[in-house]
Design a protein around this ligand. Structure first.
Ligand SMILES: O=C[C@H](O)[C@H](O)[C@H](O)COP(=O)(O)O
Length: 232
């Protein structure tokens, strides 16, 4: 097994120690979250009673395959804990998410949870955010106008950079919610809060990948062991 996967499993295993019998869990998306699902499924086989809300169709399929009981936010609107990966984490536990295109459901699920714990390897810890292109989920209607508005909003925040419409198999990538993703390579984002507000003011923007004030802790796996960052 490669070193990167070992680190993901180590972070996921540590996150599992926060899961208690009877919990309603938000279950994240991505390769790190999938390691968590695999470990969780083993515990479920051994008698752990939990119910999960998956943050993507991909995670839902894996949970079903491995026998992790699922519910929805309609049946279970309040969750105890969400465990999810991230593309970037800063020292204030602000995140960039959405590399797998699941940011909208991930944010809805995290916001419905009493707490959110991020699992990641050391390479995801940055200062400041912005090395990873910021995923912005946009409505398909009016794409050209929305791109212009994103450029203008970024400029007001002193940011600029290419906006790429995410592609998959030669066509625009479509999210579980039926939207497109624009990956914005702004570089360093010194003030994520201001950028977040500016993006939310654009009607065609459905959601963006800046997660601010949602994560309480981040379990970070490095070659020298595990550390848990807490929100200051
Ligand atoms: O949309 C996907 C998510 O936000 C993922 O949690 C994020 O991209 C991290 O994925 P991975 O664990 O595969 O690096």
């Amino acid at each position: 097994m490669d070193e990167a996967r070992k680190l993901k499993i180590a972070a996921a295993a540590e996150a599992l120690t926060y899961v208690r019998n009877g919990m309603r869990l938000g279950i994240g998306t991505g390769s790190t979250a999938e390691e968590f699902v695999r470990l969780l499924a083993e515990e479920v086989k051994d008698g752990l009673e939990i119910v999960g809300v998956p943050t993507s169709e991909r995670t839902a399929a894996l949970c079903r395959e491995l026998g992790v009981p699922l519910t929805t936010l309609d049946e279970t609107p309040h969750l105890d804990l969400t465990i999810d990966g991230a593309d970037e984490v800063d020292a204030s536990l602000r995140l960039i998410k959405g590399g797998g295109g699941a940011l909208l459901r991930e944010k809805i699920v995290a916001a419905a949870s009493d707490s959110m714990i991020v699992i990641a390897d050391q390479s995801k810890v940055v200062d400041p955010l912005g090395r990873f292109p910021l995923p912005i989920e946009v409505n398909q209607f009016g794409l050209g106008a929305t791109l212009r508005a994103i450029e203008a909003a970024a400029a007001k925040c002193g940011l600029a950079g290419p906006l790429n419409l995410r592609q998959k198999d030669g066509a625009p990538f479509v999210t579980d919610g039926g939207h497109y993703i624009v990956d914005a390579s702004f570089g360093r984002i010194p003030d994520p809060e201001t950028l977040s507000n500016a993006l939310f003011a654009i009607p065609g923007v459905v959601e963006h990948g800046l997660f601010i004030g949602l994560a309480q802790a981040a379990i970070i796996a490095g070659t020298d062991g595990i550390r848990t960052m807490k929100r200051p």
